[in-house]
Design a protein around this ligand. Structure first.
Ligand SMILES: O=C(O)c1ccccc1NCC(=O)[C@H](O)[C@H](O)COP(=O)(O)O
Length: 219
């Protein structure tokens, strides 16, 4: 099965073009005001046009109100919602019913016991995104450029669909794929030259590293 690749936190046409040229299956937009990757819903709606028919456009929110989600869905027209806060299974159910869109639930992981938090979302979340816990003092629930022990994911039930996230980059993606063998991967800081500034060269290098690792895997 093909590996899904999400490039998250896009804000410019250049970054979008690099993500699509590399073969991204998903492109993510951040709607969290404190993030250096924050984008206005209408601007995300303009940018996401380039992805139509090529990659799924993902709206990333954190404990967002219905009013804000309404605005995002109306102006950005996402293919998928990513809920990256402390949303409950009931909240996921409500969001799915309100918009009829698939929902990816982000969960932070630092030890095997954290995988227990998957269970209440089974049958509700369409996919999971496993990310590292934010470092002390960080105001961001995601996009911190830190990784967790990928070996933890070997304890996951085989039927759980997920993206591996957190601190990935061109240098470590080969090890991550070998250790966790995830159905999908997600990257943000690892393809940036500064917080919130995507670098097309780093994006290209990341895709090249993924291809090298997956070619090896197939061999
Ligand atoms: O990226 C952000 O700024 C962000 C802010 C608030 C909630 C989620 C956020 N990012 C979500 C993502 O899917 C990131 O790609 C993921 O956390 C991995 O980030 P990184 O470790 O920088 O690759």
């Amino acid at each position: 099965m093909a590996l899904d690749i999400k490039i998250c936190g896009l804000k410019t046409d250049t970054a979008m073009a690099a993500a699509l040229a590399g073969g991204a299956s998903h492109v993510g937009f951040i709607f969290f005001a404190k993030s250096p990757r924050f984008i206005e819903p209408s601007e995300a709606g303009r940018l996401r046009e380039a992805a139509t028919g090529k990659a799924s456009a993902v709206a990333v929110t954190v404990d967002a109100s219905d009013a804000f989600l309404d605005e995002i869905v109306q102006k950005m027209r996402p293919d998928m919602m990513q809920l990256h806060g402390s949303e409950s299974p009931a909240r996921l159910t409500a969001v799915k019913a309100r918009y009829g869109l698939p929902v990816m639930k982000a969960l932070s992981v630092s030890q095997t016991a954290d995988l227990e938090r998957v269970k209440p979302f089974i049958g509700i979340a369409d996919r999971f995104l496993f990310d590292a816990k934010p470092p002390k003092g960080s105001e961001l629930p995601g996009g911190n450029g830190v990784s967790f022990d990928w070996d933890i994911l070997t304890g996951l039930d085989a039927g759980v669909d997920y993206m591996l996230s957190g601190g990935l980059n061109a240098a470590n993606i080969g090890d991550a794929l070998r250790l966790a063998n995830p159905p999908g991967i997600d990257i943000s800081s690892g393809v940036e030259s500064a917080p919130g500034v995507k670098d097309p060269v780093l994006i290209e290098q990341f895709f090249r590293a993924v291809r090298a690792a997956t070619d090896n895997r197939a061999a």
